[in-house]
Design a protein. Structure first.
Length: 312
């Protein structure tokens, strides 16, 4: 994408007869967006032009029209390695196009928390596991339905943090989410004043779909506050903390089962306050002497290694 130039924008605006005060306001706003190293976009029509999509398509996606649980995604199940089924939601082509543009031009330069080791450049399961090598105690937790518990209201705040206007932030949040099943909690009740604009009203609040190109990085950015709280808690207890997508891992050089259990309660409280349910069946405390596995790698030694069954 061509970098926005305020002087060129001013000249073009004057040629179109736009008043100085309005132009100055737009230029100030454009500079505020540039400060966040994000592309300058002023409206949904502007986004459509940048992403080579149709404004009418984007407007319909934001309006949730037609309002069915499927549109505008194709849903299909895949089997999980741990058993059960995971549903994947793939957006229709025009929506995939604008989501991909948002990833490549906006989200790619936004930095997640340093404890996050997935969905960003330079991240890997190995780097995530390396942080926990040679630990005596390990605490592992799993967030249940990670993407599905991120609401469009949280996504809205991600785009607002990049200095996009409230209306455009709302519209991009709608473009990156789908109608979900949630009804309880303030995150799942619409109180946006913009829902009346352009017939945008929809009684339900959307969530991140698993299968959309925008969901991985948006889940990271929504989790920054939770990651920081967990990092601070871990630091207070001389523990290491990392998150690989929905897998949370804490390791201790020295501790006891009672201390790790008490620590676990504090972690679960922070995770739940952040809007995520914890999968109790996947919560584990691994004591000294036991084989410790983080993101599929053994971390008992100084460097992560593959499990024998995986190598075979």
């Amino acid at each position: 994408m061509t970098r926005w130039n305020s002087h060129e924008y001013y000249e073009n605006g004057k040629k179109l007869g736009v008043e100085d005060d309005y132009l100055s306001c737009l230029i100030d706003h454009g500079r505020a967006i540039q400060e966040k190293k994000a592309p300058v976009i002023f409206s949904l029509a502007h986004l459509a032009k940048c992403s080579s999509t149709l404004y009418s398509d984007l407007h319909n996606f934001v309006s949730r029209k037609p309002r069915t649980k499927d549109f505008p995604y194709r849903h299909f199940p895949i089997k999980k390695r741990s058993g059960g089924t995971r549903w994947i939601s793939v957006p229709v082509s025009p929506l995939w196009a604008v989501q991909s543009w948002i990833v490549k031009n906006i989200l790619v330069d936004v930095v997640p928390h340093h404890c996050s080791h997935a969905y960003a450049a330079g991240c890997s399961p190995k780097k995530n596991a390396q942080e926990h090598c040679r630990a005596n105690w390990l605490l592992k937790l799993d967030v249940e339905d990670f993407f599905g518990n991120v609401s469009e209201k949280q996504v809205f705040h991600v785009f607002r943090s990049l200095n996009y206007t409230p209306l455009l932030s709302f519209e991009m949040a709608r473009l990156c989410t789908k109608l979900g099943k949630h009804t309880k909690g303030s995150r799942w009740h619409s109180d946006f004043k913009w829902v009346e604009i352009g017939r945008y009203y929809c009684g339900k609040v959307g969530c991140l779909p698993q299968g959309a190109p925008t969901s991985p990085m948006l889940s990271n950015l929504v989790s920054i506050s939770m990651d920081e709280k967990l990092y601070q808690l871990a630091t207070q207890h001389r523990a290491n903390y990392t998150r690989y997508a929905d897998d949370l891992t804490f390791s201790f050089a020295s501790s006891s089962r009672s201390e790790v259990s008490a620590f676990k309660s504090q972690v679960i409280s922070i995770v739940r306050q952040s809007g995520f349910p914890v999968n109790a069946s996947k919560t584990k405390i691994v004591p000294p002497g036991a084989r410790k596995i983080v993101t599929g790698l053994i971390v008992n030694e100084t460097s992560p290694s593959l499990k024998k069954e995986y190598r075979d």
